[in-house]
Structure formats: structure tokens, C-alpha cells
Design a binder for this molecule. Structure first.
Ligand code: PEP
Ligand code: MN
Length: 347
């Protein structure tokens, strides 16, 4: 590990740093005469980096190769592939998650699920518990929504991606979900991350609209630290200053994450765009930047959506995105995993 220390460090702060290093079994040496850069040699552990970052005398951890955190890609380390029911994310395989923002009614859910299954989705999304910015907005159907998700899973064969908002609901939601969704508003909820980390079920972790990439990765680390290695990172846009889109899809972060971590990354162009007419372009940008899949909000009657209506796309618009994704994936020797897309393409 390489630390940059604060300048003119008071002796007690330097002693605290050297003391911790020796306690953890590192040999230390300064790289410069100004005692600013401190090299720590020895065999580290994933939790050591944060211990040094917390010390008041440490300005930055510049390298952490010998104390690599669990999300970090070691040199030459291949992608982790996360398998979720029929979906696969990472390595050379991409998958599409599609469905309504929220579970609304049974006929509607079945209609949307059938439509996206026929057009290339391997997993169905849909919230029974909705994290809304306003307490007066539709909050989801709760347990009734979970029951509908269980039923649609049985009837269509699609795997289910659905949000868990409360650590006390992890078990109940896990009876239905093939993959837990942790929403942008919950990314910093340590107890919730820890609770899903205790399970061995895949987790789709969305980046908060106000989080740096480092904060996003540390949120993933909460799950990984509990032994759950099945984490898929989701870039869904961060808050910008311009209102032309709801959020700014951070394609630079997607490209960076694919290098810096071994975890799969998916893009959510729906919440980034906030408007249906831009979803396709952002979907293409996300895949071109290296994403291992997409999560998209699709509805069969875009005039009747209960939440996030402006960004809902039609099943036909979804099919165009599925075709784009298959074509873009093929450009870099990757492949879109599909459920019934092959049938749709053949017809
Ligand atoms: C959602 O997926 O419907 C959602 C609420 O997304 P986010 O947490 O990214 O805002
Ligand atoms: Mn939504």
C-alpha cells in the first residue's frame, strides 16, 4: 500500500500511522525526504485500506495492491459472472431486465411480462415496494405485489428482479426475488446492504444519484464483505445541473468500473433519461461503454403508468433495444443471452 500523508504531520499522528502499520504486520519506508509518501509492504487484507483512510494524518491511499478490497480487479483477474435464473451478466454474456417500474395489476403485469419475454428479456423487473421521493406518490402494492410477482414467475418462467427497501423484508422479498434490487435511495443503507450480503442471492446495486464511484464501490463492499459475491453494479445516472434529462448517465463510470472491478455492470437508461424518446440512445451508449446488460422500464399502456410514466417505453421500442444490444455485443465478441428473442427474430 502507498499512503500520502498530510504535510507537517504532528508526531502523535505519525506515530498512530506507523503504530497501526506495525500492528497489521507491514514494513514501512518513506519514499521521499519530505516524509510525505509512505510505502507499506507485507500481506494485507481487504479491510486495511479503510482503516488507514480513517486516520487523520492520511491524506490519501494512493495504491492498495497488497490490501485489495473485494470489488477490486487483481491484474489479469477475469470478470465475475453473475447468473440469475435465465440471465447471465459478465464475462462475454449480457442480459436484459425489463418490466414496469412498479407492479400495478395482475393482468397488466402478465401482459408486460409476456411482451418483454417475447422480445429478448430474460428477467422481469417490477417493484412491489417503491422508494419514492414523495410520501404522497404511489408506494407500491407491498405483499400483494410480491404475490403477483411469484405468480408471473410461475406462469412465464422469467426470473424476478425486485426492490427490497427494509432490512426486515429481506427474507420475505427473497422468497420471490431471483435478484434483490437495492435502489439508488438505499445505496448508503449499511444495515440493508449487510442483510442482503448475508444471503447468497444476487444483488443489483444501484448507484445513488449523489454518490461518487468510490462511495458506490464501498456500498458494494458491504455486500461482498458478508460473503455474498453475487453483486451486479448498476449505473442509473447521477444528478446534473441540466433538466433536459432526469439524470446524467455516467458512461465514464461504466468504462471505469469495467476496468477497476471484476463485478458485472449494467446500465439503467430509463432512470437516466427520464423520457422515453432518449432511452434507446442511452441504452446504446451504456452497452458501447462496456455494460454487461440493461435494466429498462417497459409498459404496455404508457398513458396509464402508476410511476415513472414519462420514461416507460413500449414493448416494440424494447425490442429495438434488444436488437441493438445483440448487435453491439457482437462487435466486441460478446453475446446477448435471450429467452425468446431468437423466436422473435426468426418470425
Ligand atoms: C426503479 O428502478 O424503479 C427505481 C426507483 O430506481 P432508482 O432507485 O435508480 O431511482
Ligand atoms: Mn422507476
Amino acid at each position: 500500500m502507498l499512503l500520502r500523508l498530510r504535510r507537517a504531520l504532528p508526531a502523535p499522528q505519525l506515530e498512530a500511522i506507523l503504530g497501526l502499520a506495525s500492528e497489521l504486520g507491514y514494513r514501512t519506508s518513506f519514499l521521499d525526504s519530505g516524509s510525505e509518501f509512505l510505502r507499506l509492504e507485507g500481506s494485507g487484507r481487504p479491510d486495511h485500506r479503510s482503516l488507514f483512510e480513517d486516520l487523520v494524518g492520511v491524506a490519501a491511499v494512493l495504491e492498495s495492491d497488497n490490501a485489495r478490497e473485494r470489488h477490486e480487479r487483481a491484474p489479469g483477474q477475469p470478470d465475475t459472472q453473475v447468473r440469475v435464473h435465465g440471465g447471465r451478466f459478465g464475462g462475454k454474456e449480457l442480459s436484459l431486465v425489463a418490466g414496469p417500474c412498479a407492479v400495478e395489476t395482475w393482468p397488466r403485469l402478465l401482459e408486460i411480462a409476456t411482451a418483454v419475454r417475447a422480445r429478448g428479456a430474460t428477467l422481469l423487473r417490477g417493484g412491489a415496494y417503491k422508494p419514492r421521493s414523495s410520501p404522497y406518490s404511489f408506494q407500491g402494492l407491498g405483499e400483494e405485489g410480491l404475490e403477483m410477482l411469484a405468480r408471473v414467475r410461475a406462469e412465464t418462467g422469467l426470473g424476478i428482479v425486485t426492490e427490497v427497501l427494509d432490512p426486515r423484508d429481506v427474507e420475505k422479498v427473497g422468497e420471490v426475488a431471483d435478484m434483490y434490487q437495492i435502489g439508488a435511495r438505499s445505496m448508503t443503507n449499511g444495515p440493508l446492504l449487510t442483510e442482503v450480503g448475508r444471503t447468497r442471492k444476487p444483488v443489483l446495486l444501484k448507484r445513488s444519484f449523489g454518490a461518487t464511484v468510490r462511495e458506490f464501490l464501498l456500498a458494494a463492499e458491504f455486500v461482498l464483505a458478508q460473503g455474498n459475491t453475487q453483486v451486479v453494479l448498476c449505473e442509473r445516472g447521477i444528478r446534473g445541473f441540466d433538466k433536459i434529462t432526469r439524470n446524467l448517465l455516467d458512461v465514464g463510470a461504466i468504462a471505469y468500473l469495467k476496468k477497476a472491478t471484476h463485478l458485472p455492470v449494467v446500465a439503467d437508461p430509463s432512470h437516466a433519461a427520464g423520457r422515453a424518446d432518449l432511452v434507446r440512445a442511452l441504452a446504446r451508449a451504456g452497452i458501447a461503454a462496456g455494460a454487461d446488460g440493461l435494466i429498462l422500464e417497459v409498459h404496455t399502456d404508457v398513458s396509464e403508468v402508476h410511476s415513472d410514466g414519462a420514461q416507460a417505453i413500449t414493448p416494440d421500442a424494447f425490442e429495438e433495444i434488444a436488437r441493438d444490444t445483440a448487435a453491439l455485443a457482437a462487435l466486441d465478441g460478446r453475446r446477448l443471452v435471450h429467452f425468446e428473442l431468437s423466436k422473435a427474430l426468426a418470425s
